[in-house]
Design a protein around this ligand. Structure first.
Ligand SMILES: NC(=O)c1ccc[n+]([C@@H]2O[C@H](COP(=O)([O-])OP(=O)(O)OC[C@H]3O[C@@H](n4cnc5c(N)ncnc54)[C@H](O)[C@@H]3O)[C@@H](O)[C@H]2O)c1
Length: 270
């Protein structure tokens, strides 16, 4: 909902009010995670939150973060295991009965596939990267569909420019992001009649656990800051606020889109 609020000068300001909405945020590993930046903004806008984490190893950290956002649920969900996705869907059916916002901030590739020769990517390495980083968007959406279609919903996933350009060392993750962005368009078409919107945010480099797995990541940060029109790197808060926009009614006419939050880097030709 977009609520007008008195501004005090005979004017009105727009506030984003997500109270009464339920948001599932997948992919919080720690306070650096881009999903965490979006979760914080959703909380500030009044949405009820469920953070999912990949496994037992992350549980304590995610629970500790969730405690900063009162009322937030935390549930385990490894996207390579359908039974954990089903368990999340069942629990949310009981707790909420509907989901209006879904954040998919999940990606994984084996370390050796983010530094060696792309041409030598193993069959298994390719499958793992695409399953976790792209197929999971479809699969999670499918498991949550009865909840997402209750009131209509907005889904946001996180992508990177390597979906469409060659980026050194990004290797198989570029392949995964290309599939992810195509999946966003295809899902947008298929789910549009149910009032479910599906979009991607293509973020510039930000230092996170996943990003640091890419060989030469620090050099990437430097390069982006030098070349981007804004002559700097983005902040995780900028991804958070773009996420909030995409998950709110302010973006109600937008679906199937990839929104660049990259200080303008992608527009450059040289
Ligand atoms: N940080 C960047 O520079 C950058 C730029 C563009 C896009 N992205 C994308 O943003 C998303 C979030 O990454 P991040 O940078 O915040 O790093 P992150 O490491 O904080 O998040 C990645 C998340 O994926 C989760 N994950 C991995 N395997 C999983 C599995 N099997 N089941 C469930 N969850 C699993 C991890 O637990 C982690 O929470 C990723 O899709 C990433 O590709 C990041």
């Amino acid at each position: 909902m977009i609520a007008p609020a008195p501004a005090g000068r005979g004017d009105t300001v727009i506030t984003i009010d997500l109270s009464g909405r339920h948001a599932v945020v997948m992919g919080v590993a720690n306070h650096r995670s881009l999903s965490w930046a979006i979760a914080q903004q959703l909380h500030r806008a009044g949405a009820a939150l469920c953070l999912t984490y990949a496994g037992e190893r992350l549980r304590a950290d995610v629970e500790q973060l969730a405690s900063r956002l009162p009322g937030t649920l935390t549930l385990a969900c490894d996207v390579t295991e359908d039974r954990t996705i089903s368990a999340v869907a069942r629990r949310l059916q009981r707790e909420w009965g509907s989901v209006e916002c879904l954040v998919h901030g999940i990606a994984y590739a084996r370390k050796q596939d983010l530094e060696g020769k792309f041409v030598a990517t193993s069959r298994e390495g390719f499958q793992i990267a695409l399953e976790v980083s792209a197929y999971s968007l479809l699969n999670v959406t499918n498991h949550l569909l009865p909840l997402l279609e209750r009131n209509g919903a907005s889904i946001v996933t996180l992508s990177y420019l390597a979906a469409e350009r060659a980026v050194p060392n990004y290797n198989v993750m570029g392949s995964a992001k290309a599939v992810l962005e195509q999946s966003v368009r295809q899902l947008a078409w298929e789910l549009g009649p149910k009032e479910i919107r599906v979009n991607a945010i293509s973020a510039g480099p930000v230092s996170t656990l996943a990003a640091r797995g890419v060989h030469g990541f620090v050099g990437m940060l430097r390069h982006h800051a030098e070349r981007a029109p804004l002559r700097r790197n983005i902040t995780r808060e900028e991804v958070g606020s773009a996420g909030l926009f995409m998950l709110s009614d302010l973006s109600s006419g937008i679906t199937g889109e990839t929104l660049y939050v990259d200080a303008g880097y992608h527009v450059m030709g040289l």
